[in-house]
Design a protein around this ligand. Structure first.
Ligand SMILES: Nc1nc2c(ncn2[C@@H]2O[C@H](COP(=O)(O)OP(=O)(O)OP(=O)(O)O)[C@@H](O)[C@H]2O)c(=O)[nH]1
Length: 437
């Protein structure tokens, strides 16, 4: 597994804190110290480590867990979130247009694993998105064509020609694959750099060819030095994504990944071996959850987040506050908890009179309708009148009648909530609904 050592020492920290009966300041300090040690051993930049440990400590001591969860659970969720942020949070997308030949140019310094990665990416794309061709434009090392062919096998064609001019090879290759209606072309460039300051050939090729996406390969074993390399390339050519290679067993892998993320370059994939299928999509959340021991952590984090949202909603409602953002949250919560009428049926004297008569398909549409409104409208629904209703309906693909129905239900619910906004009434209500204590 990738970054085995980092994973096992973080899991160790997690299982230690999970085994504690009381989570006081000393327990949090110990947890943070262990996380710190694990990250430093994985070569993560000391400044980043100090920042992340300060945040974990502060949040673990300050934030209160939502009803039904312990401070232990919360500490693990905070670790999960902070590590995910460190690695860039959301997975980066590969831009792709279905009706054209998408051109990807691969750049990177010598020995970074660029040629191998071209083959891996071609293999990955061809399994998912149709026909993929490769252009081998590494004029300094003509043998790289053979290297790619051996890796990808006969199904993925590799274009090259004898020439000293890489741009000429690229142009002809692109023409060839366009004629044949390929979905993707990946160009392997020469990349002879002793250091990252001599990147002129990439820049020239980029200007001449105008690829749809430039991907940079960075050797994961260089650790924190990945930061400077990612920055240097990104200053010269618009790098749309990075592939960090050789992360199988790399002691410095944590350093490389966090350094690339800190440089602002999105990580698309990681290379985890020498074979053509040793390429993994990089999704920070999944990656961190695997480091910490699997899907349970994501589930725990999600459950806590839900519980937080519930208690925030409860607090606002108990003060008589209820805008369309709350209504959306409320629809989402009830969508999970059960029938929509739950809240209203629970209210003495009102049950049966005010019905939110929606099925689950309708619920999704209602959420889409609310998403089509502007934030100002959601906060102040009185702004939604006349032509705005038509516009919102068009934006969310429903009829104006349905938007009006939603607004009517919202106003009924709001009235109800205002009428029982005294704290004790609300508490009683929520206890009956089974949320909050
Ligand atoms: N373990 C491991 N080795 C890798 C990975 N990616 C590439 N390599 C190896 O790293 C070495 C260099 O890879 P190449 O693809 O030839 O590197 P390059 O950047 O194209 O190098 P030049 O063509 O010389 O510029 C090869 O031995 C690859 O097998 C990886 O993810 N894991």
């Amino acid at each position: 597994m990738v970054l085995e050592k980092l994973g096992s020492s973080l899991r160790n920290a997690v299982s230690k804190i999970m085994g504690k009966s009381v989570i006081d300041e000393a327990a949090v300090n110990e947890f943070v110290r262990e996380v710190q040690r694990s990250l430093i051993e994985a070569d993560v930049d000391v400044k980043l480590v100090l920042e992340i440990s300060r945040r974990i400590k502060e949040r673990a001591l300050k934030e209160s867990p939502p009803p039904g969860f312990s401070r232990r659970d919360l500490a693990v969720k905070i670790l999960y979130e902070e590590l995910t942020n460190l690695l860039g949070r959301k997975p980066a997308e590969i831009p792709m247009e279905s009706k054209k030949t998408n051109v990807i140019m691969m750049v990177g310094i010598e020995g970074s694993g660029k040629t191998t990665t071209v083959a891996k990416l071609a293999f990955w794309l061809s399994k998912r998105f149709g026909k993929v061709g490769i252009i081998s434009a590494d004029v300094m090392r003509p043998a790289s064509k053979l290297q790619i062919e051996q890796l990808v096998g006969p199904d993925i064609p590799v274009f090259s020609k004898e020439s000293k001019d890489p741009v000429e090879i690229m142009r002809e290759g692109i023409e060839f694959f366009k004629r044949e209606r390929y979905n993707f072309v990946i160009i392997d460039t020469a990349g002879r750099h002793k250091d990252e300051s001599s990147l002129m050939s990439e820049l020239d090729a980029y200007r001449e060819i105008g690829p749809d996406l430039v991907i940079l390969t960075i050797d994961g074993t260089i650790g924190q030095a990945a930061y400077a390399q990612a920055r240097a390339f990104a200053e010269k050519v618009p790098v749309g994504g990075v592939i960090v290679t050789k992360l199988d067993g790399a002691a410095k892998g944590g350093g490389a990944l966090s350094a690339v993320a800190a440089s602002g370059a999105p990580i698309l994939f990681i290379g985890t071996g020498e074979r053509v299928d040793d390429l993994e999509r990089f999704d920070p959340e999944r990656f961190v959850s695997r480091l910490l021991g699997g899907g349970d952590i994501i589930e725990l984090a999600m459950r806590i987040e839900e519980a937080f949202k519930e208690s925030r909603l409860m607090e606002r409602m108990s003060k008589g506050k209820f805008d369309l953002e709350d209504f959306r949250e409320y629809i989402q919560q009830l969508g999970k908890a059960g029938p929509m009428e739950k809240l209203l049926e629970m209210v003495p004297g009102i049950g049966g009179r005010v019905q939110l008569d929606v099925n689950s398909g309708e619920m999704d549409r209602w959420i889409a309708i609310i998403n089509s409104m502007t934030p100002e409208e959601r906060r102040d629904p009185s702004l939604i009148r006349g032509s705005r209703i038509e516009r919102i309906a068009r934006g969310s693909g429903v009829t104006a009648k349905e938007v009006r129905k939603l607004l009517k239900s919202y106003h009924q619910a709001k009235k109800l909530i205002e009428s029982m906004s005294s704290e004790s009434k609300a508490r009683r209500l929520f206890r009956r609904m089974g949320i909050g204590g």
